[in-house]
Design a protein around this ligand. Sequence first.
Ligand code: FEO
Length: 409
Amino acid sequence: MKDVFRAVPVTDHVWWVGAIDWAVRDFHGYLTSRGTTYNAYLIVADKVTLIDTVKASYRDEMLARIASVVPPKTVDAIVSNHSEPDHSGALVETIRALEPRTVYASKKGVEALNEYFGTAGDITPVEDGQTLDLGGASLTCAETKMCHWPDSMVSYLHEDRMLFSQDGFGMHLASYARFADEIDPWVLDYEARKYYANILLPLSTFIQKAIDKLQGLGVPIDVIAPDHGPIWRQGPLRVVEAYARYAAQTRTRRAVVVYDTMWESTHWMARAIGEGLAAGGAEPKLMPLGGVHRSDVATELLDAGALVAGAPTINNQMFPTLADCLTYVQGLKPKGLVGGVFGSYGWGGESTKHIQKVFEDMNVELVGPPVRAKYRPSPDTLAECYTLGRTLADRLAKNPARTPTVTGQ
Ligand code: FEO
């Protein structure tokens, strides 16, 4: 195995020993169209130390990569920066296989690992800010609670100026390229935004605090090594700056029109709203849920200024694909959106009422009453839709265009 699944050198002391998951397409509700990686890192100092593990089913791939660098039983310690099973699912069996002297986690990490995997007694808590002496290398651990779980922490290898950032600054992207500078920047930009929008957005306050904390440490950072996706070694602070922008949720002229349709009526209405938005200078993006995943809608909402939602009424409810999408994006807590509501019906017509209720709970500011069409939108109804689009465009006119990418382009 170790001659097939080999480690990749990252810095003087560090090897990538993770796993590449080309197959995963669902990550707790998020469509991972390009797969992902579960990154684990081996620090080769006097005390060989493994940073994080991988999803359980990828354990043997990780162990083979470790064995390609050092005899496995020479691993002295494991640091678990995050207890979610994509990084700790292989932990118990890795402890059995490597028999490390010590396994470290944050205090909350110890609790979580005990509760999740029954590791009681096996894990040693590290204090926030504690530095571990690895013999010829030193590793400082810093808690970053809620980035992504209560247990989350990062660790910093002083000698290589390298930050192991667990979920932070990652993306779901399977690749044999291990470094961001080897990957198409537009792919990086999209996947970084998608990852933040679908996983970290509701935790933005914690993300900003973590960034402030890292900057407060005053340590130089040459390499950022996340637990998913590529490693940042050229201008690594650009991804930190991108995160600060994402966390600020700066709203742009982008307007997301999300809808589904039974007999084309809401489809016609969405297109008329789109025409009004475009004519008013906004950047409309129509997202028909028959062919668009909820997580792609969430991605667009990272910096969109408006959310417009429409659905036919079915059995006194909004169409279920829209209910699914709105439930999902509501949980991600986008802030500062203006919006509009539209829908078609045959008799009851409750869909717009239900959408309005969700928008109220999301604090989306409606710019006008819902536009409704009985059976089919008349020319007057389409004109109302167009006017809704124009009104929204006027509200978005003061917003900036979209922000630069993580690569600064
Ligand atoms: Fe990649 Fe929160 O786990």
